[in-house]
Design a protein around this ligand. Structure first.
Ligand code: SF4
Length: 200
């Protein structure tokens, strides 16, 4: 059965998805494992492996697992190792709210640094006790309290920076209005006719 993998990220250590892998060899239908480790120029093998991945119901989970486990070799989740390389490099920047929500709901999922910070922020903003955050992140209560202190500082600094930006913006608007007003004022104001000179 095909499930919506984006809604429910893989739980750490869960290998049950292997049972649904299209590349899993069955006694009546043996898949050549070498097919998934082609050389970059072996286009036929790459195409054949990708065709199998395209009909695999656990393709997203397979790709996630490869990224999260640092599995850089071979075709995984329909991508060759060359195609997957940038995803491996950028994994630390991933911010998936499906994972953040899953972690907040108590699911043991892989979190990047950005996702972990988002969990702490959401927990802080909803008044989650530090003990509970510690359970969610599998850390000590002291460490959870430290994370809360750090988040509090961050949010305070951000609010301060936003206020400053807003004040600057208002100041700029005011200055620009006074400049416009000054430009609109008649140049002759306060001068005598003699001051203006004459073209004649
Ligand atoms: S996506 Fe491809 S490599 Fe991954 S389990 Fe499915 S068939 Fe195998």
């Amino acid at each position: 059965m095909h499930r919506n993998e984006n809604e429910r990220p893989r739980t750490l250590g869960d290998l049950t998805w292997h049972n649904h892998a299209a590349c899993r060899s069955a006694p009546h239908d043996r898949t050549d494992p070498d097919l998934f480790f082609p050389e970059p120029d072996e286009m036929d093998r790459i195409r054949a492996a990708k065709a199998l991945c395209a009909q695999c119901s656990v393709r997203t989970t397979c790709l996630d697992a490869a990224l999260e486990n640092g599995d850089r070799d071979g075709v995984r989740g329909g991508m060759t190792e060359e195609e997957r390389a940038p995803l491996h490099r950028n994994l630390q920047h991933r911010l998936s709210y499906a994972r953040v929500n899953a972690a907040l709901a108590g699911q043991d999922v892989h979190l990047t640094q950005a996702e972990r910070a988002a969990v702490v922020r959401a927990a802080y903003q909803t008044g989650t006790p530090a003990e509970h955050l510690a359970r969610l992140l599998k850390c000590t209560k002291e460490h959870a309290q430290k994370l809360y202190r750090h988040t509090r500082r961050q949010l305070r600094n951000r609010a301060f920076a936003q206020q400053q930006a807003a004040d600057e913006g208002n100041k700029d608007k005011k200055n620009s209005k006074s400049r416009t007003r000054a430009l609109k004022e008649p140049r002759t104001k306060g001068r005598s006719r003699d001051d203006l000179g004459t073209a004649a």
